[in-house]
Design a protein around this ligand. Structure first.
Ligand code: PRP
Length: 206
């Protein structure tokens, strides 16, 4: 299922990130802030269990998360969303999956993968600022499915219908959350209007 977050703060902050004259510092600052808002939204329905607690006044029924959460950023750019997510979900474990997209063929290539234990007992949230052709995210999901996961969510900042369609076809069981659904991919595989190459803008490697 696709969810596009409709939130004034996210629209405001994402517009700052899109602007070409936004510095690496301000780009990351706004990405951190959006990541927190996205973390809040995507964890809204994570299962909870009741737990008896004692306030200074009396005993009452409280709640705690019933599932472990694992964040999996797709390297490099997906790392940019991790700080914000960890601020909101400090107990989350972190896996990493390295993918780069061939500049000519746009095919994804995996170069690194390291995951925490108990993936099969966890809710896995994959992060990447960009969902372009969807090739990188689809390959990452395939890898994670081999290890098992109770549920997989894909959280991207900006996506296009082409990428959404690819994930919906390859992995119909994966929920996709975007901060914005952009128009299309250009001939170089870049999201239009997009925000350029998120990895380069985040790490200052443009
Ligand atoms: C970008 C982006 C995604 C991927 C999206 O990564 O961060 O991982 O491209 O494209 P796709 O949906 O067509 O697969 P890139 O390959 O530029 O690597 P980087 O994160 O190391 O910059």
């Amino acid at each position: 299922m696709l969810t596009v977050l409709d939130h004034s703060l996210i629209k405001h902050k994402l517009s700052i990130m899109r602007q070409e004259d936004t510095s690496t510092y301000i780009f990351k600052q706004n990405l951190d802030e959006i990541a927190k808002l996205m973390a809040y939204e995507v964890t809204r329905n994570v299962p909870i269990v009741e737990k008896q607690i004692k306030t200074p006044i009396c005993e009452t029924t409280g709640y705690e998360l019933a599932e472990k959460i694992v964040l999996v950023p797709i390297l490099r750019a997906g790392i940019g969303l991790v700080d914000g997510f960890r601020d909101i979900i400090p107990t989350a474990k972190i896996g990493h999956i390295g993918m780069y997209r061939d500049k000519n063929t746009l095919e994804p290539h995996e170069y690194y993968a390291k995951f925490p234990k108990d993936m099969d007992k966890s809710i896995v949230i994959i992060t990447d600022p960009m969902l372009a052709t969807g090739g990188s995210a689809s390959a990452a999901i395939t890898n994670i499915k081999k290890r098992g996961a109770k549920k997989i969510m894909l959280v991207c900042l900006v996506g296009v219908p082409e990428g959404v369609k690819r994930i919906e076809e390859d992995h119909p069981d994966v929920d996709i959350t975007l901060a914005a659904l952009d128009d299309h991919l250009n001939e170089n595989g870049f999201i239009v209007p997009g925000l350029g190459d998120a990895g380069d803008r985040l790490f200052g490697t443009a």
